[in-house]
Design a protein around this ligand. Structure first.
Ligand code: HXC
Ligand code: NAP
Length: 268
């Protein structure tokens, strides 16, 4: 459906889960793909997998909390693959906890990874974005616009990510750079869902409240990212786009209520 031959795609947090799924989609569409995350082992495994799909691939280990590490990673990608056509920023941290059960450092760790990390990624990549023409995609979450118990840190951070998307869509629009957020719903086989819905009861409570009646797949998110980065989306910028089977139109809150009830039950 889409071709990204001779295009350069950088996926930060692209070594597992949804983000690796996005990298895979672009690799299959012919792109040169670069991935970043903290673990060198995960980076090496992801690069190997992307090469096996036929892509030119490379990677770098960096923590999005450390701006200079990202600058070095982005410089190395530019040197090998040229200016970036697509930048995906998806590194994130999450654990379910009540606000008063979190230390100040626990709350800050999620803000630092999700929100400050997204700013660092965008700022470090900016000099190498193709202008005009680049597509920047921040991976957000329904928590950015729907409050949820045990998720005050993620809700605060992802709300900030979406405002950053809108602000930089304005600031970078005049240079021909589009900036959008993609908001995945419940995506199967992910660390996020393992952490937020660790039991069968919770998983059922989620699917029961997704109007399309299923979890999303990595490809559902990857396909949306390819569309947003294609010529067919050339007038789309500053958008916060749910890809969630209509889960966020009410069902998300019901799922979170079920989660609260189950997590509040005393453990035997
Ligand atoms: C309370 C907790 C906690 C918990 C950690 N902390 N887990 N507090 N309840 N369950 C506290 C620690 O005690 C520490 O505070 C502080 O958080 C930082 O923890 P560290 O382990 O030192 O930090 P670090 O090694 O940097 O790890 C960051 C992390 C970790 C976020 C805590 O979980 C991580 O690396 N996650 C990345 C993978 C991930 O989360 N993937 C899922 C993304 S899904 P103190 O005070 O003790 O120092 C997602 C949205 C899903 O984002 C949406 C689905 C709908
Ligand atoms: P995941 O597999 O844990 O992916 C997180 C990625 O980010 C990993 O590659 C991880 O690798 C990297 N990362 C984490 N902290 C980092 C840091 N400080 N610096 C650099 N890289 C870091 O989780 P996922 O569930 O697929 O989630 C991916 C994205 O989708 C996140 O933005 C999440 O908020 C969003 N999302 C997920 C769901 C869902 O259903 N799972 C729903 C809505 C939104 P390292 O450990 O090697 O650093």
């Amino acid at each position: 459906m889409f071709t990204f031959e001779n295009k350069t795609v950088v996926v930060v947090g692209g070594t597992s889960g949804i983000n690796l799924g996005i990298a895979r989609c672009f690799a299959k569409a012919g792109a040169n793909v670069a991935v970043v995350s903290r673990s060198q082992e995960k980076v090496d495994a992801a690069v190997k997998e992307l090469k096996a799909l036929g892509a030119n691939a490379m990677g770098a280990s960096a923590d999005v909390r450390h701006f200079e590490e990202l600058v070095n990673a982005m410089d190395s990608f530019k040197d090998r693959f040229g200016e970036f056509d697509v930048l995906v920023s998806g590194a994130a941290g999450n654990f379910p906890a009540k606000a008063m059960d979190m230390s100040a450092n626990a709350f800050a760790s999620v803000i630092n990874i999700d929100l400050l990390g997204t700013f660092h990624v965008m700022k470090a990549a900016y000099p190498h974005l193709k202008k005009p023409g680049a597509s920047v995609i921040n991976i957000s979450a329904p928590q950015s616009y729907i409050a949820a118990d045990f998720q005050s840190h993620v809700c605060s951070a992802k709300a900030g990510v979406d405002m950053l998307t809108k602000n930089l869509a304005r600031e970078w629009g005049c240079e021909g750079v589009r900036v959008n957020s993609v908001v995945p719903g419940p995506i199967e086989a992910t660390e996020g869902m393992n952490r937020l819905a660790p039991t069968k009861a919770l998983q059922d409570a989620i699917i029961d409240n997704v109007p399309l009646g299923r979890n999303g797949t990595h490809e559902d998110i990857g396909n949306c990212c390819m569309f947003l980065s294609s010529q067919f989306a050339s007038y789309i910028s500053g958008v916060i786009l749910p890809v969630d089977g209509a889960w966020s139109l009410g069902g998300y809150s019901v799922s979170m209520n079920a989660m609260q009830n189950i997590m509040s039950q005393p453990k035997n």
